[in-house]
Design a protein around this ligand. Structure first.
Ligand code: FA5
Length: 331
């Protein structure tokens, strides 16, 4: 009996040593520990033995059985790890997956560049809210209710209870002029970049959500000639010496007098309007409690998207917003 047990154990150890995969290990487990195994038969025959025999052989047989179980378990864990390393989910020799770093959106880059140019000309950069009240977006800018100019800047109104100071998404960055002048005294020169919104029919140069950059310079004797100089300097720096044709054209905005628009000539010979500007209207100074007889200044509002389109020869403004990576990755 004991000899038989030893033989089973020796055979098992030998066969286990040759096992290289989990499938084979399972076959061995069934062969040596299953109900129909030789060891199973031996253990089954215990019931026919005398008490003496059972005591001696039984304990040895159980020790052998436990040893076989332990060895199978240990081998199984080894094989599992080896297999996992070599053929399945973890191949430590594979090159790592490249993590793609993003970059700034072209409009953000252009905005940063414009801010830098104006900073170099001693303008401070300030911000204004995107959700405005009716007073700052229109009334304080000399656009009273029912003024036809409100039609040019139709926008998205925020639903709220009936009240005097209705809220809206700002249609231009000009209300930031009012916020700033309410809290500061001249002389100063500021720029205000930011997002603006309009109820607009879309085409290649019109979005309903776009970016503007407001400029405001106020002092004792600031004139339109100063504005002309600042704009020319800005174009020189922004277009880096690249020759561009631009023109000043008389125009109308209720918050300036006189008013102008600035256009840049495109490669195809057409002119593109890039900003509105003018001398700050005395009614605007009145609404922020400045004395219009004491001071004067110029203001402008340029379209950042349009300047970016000209600089990078982008034919359609909608490319900035449609999320197509083939476009975005070129910058
Ligand atoms: C204004 O918004 C005035 N607040 C500008 C101003 C400021 C005038 C200070 C005088 C003094 P306008 O609506 O023209 O003006 O817009 C200014 C610029 O924003 C335009 O020249 C154009 O470059 C850009 N722009 C206007 N509408 C759109 C649009 N739908 N999509 C993209 N850019 C636009």
């Amino acid at each position: 009996m004991l000899e038989k047990l030893k033989k089973i154990r020796d055979e098992f150890v030998k066969e286990l040593g040759n096992t290289q995969d989990l499938d084979h290990l399972e076959k061995i487990r069934v062969k040596y520990t299953g109900r129909k195994s030789e060891l199973g038969d031996l253990l089954g025959s215990l019931k026919d033995m005398t008490v003496e025999e059972r005591r001696e052989f039984g304990s040895k047989a159980n020790i052998a059985r436990n040893e076989i179980d332990d060895l199978i378990k240990e081998k199984g864990e080894n094989l599992y790890h080896k297999q996992a390393l070599t053929e399945s989910f973890l191949d430590i020799t594979k090159p790592g997956k490249k993590i793609e770093a993003g970059h700034l959106h072209p409009l953000t880059k252009v905005e940063d560049e414009i801010k830098q140019i104006f900073s170099s000309m001693n303008f401070s950069v300030v911000e204004g809210p995107e959700v405005e009240d009716e007073y700052h977006n229109f009334d304080a800018l000399n656009i009273p209710e029912n003024h036809p100019a409100r039609e040019m800047w139709d926008t998205f109104w925020i639903k709220q209870a009936e009240g005097k100071n209705r809220l809206l998404l700002r249609t231009h960055t000009s209300p930031a002029q009012i916020h700033y002048m309410e809290k500061h005294q001249p002389p100063f020169q500021i720029i205000v970049p930011g997002r603006v919104f309009r109820y607009e029919a879309l085409d290649a140069s019109h979005e309903f959500n776009f970016y503007q950059l407001e400029g405001l310079m106020v002092g004792k004797d600031i004139s339109l000639a100063n504005f002309k100089f600042v704009v020319e300097e800005f174009f020189k720096k922004f277009f880096k010496g690249q020759k561009i044709d631009f023109r000043f054209r008389a125009s109308y905005f209720p918050f300036v007098e006189p008013g102008v628009e600035v256009d840049i000539k495109l490669q195809n010979g057409n002119w593109m309007e890039v900003m509105g500007a003018g001398m700050v209207h005395r009614n605007v100074f009145n609404s922020v409690k400045y004395n219009p007889n004491d001071i004067q200044g110029f203001a402008f509002g340029m379209g950042i998207d349009r300047l970016a389109m000209i600089k990078y020869k982008i034919p359609d403004i909608r490319l900035f917003y449609n999320g197509d990576l083939r476009f975005i990755k070129q910058f």
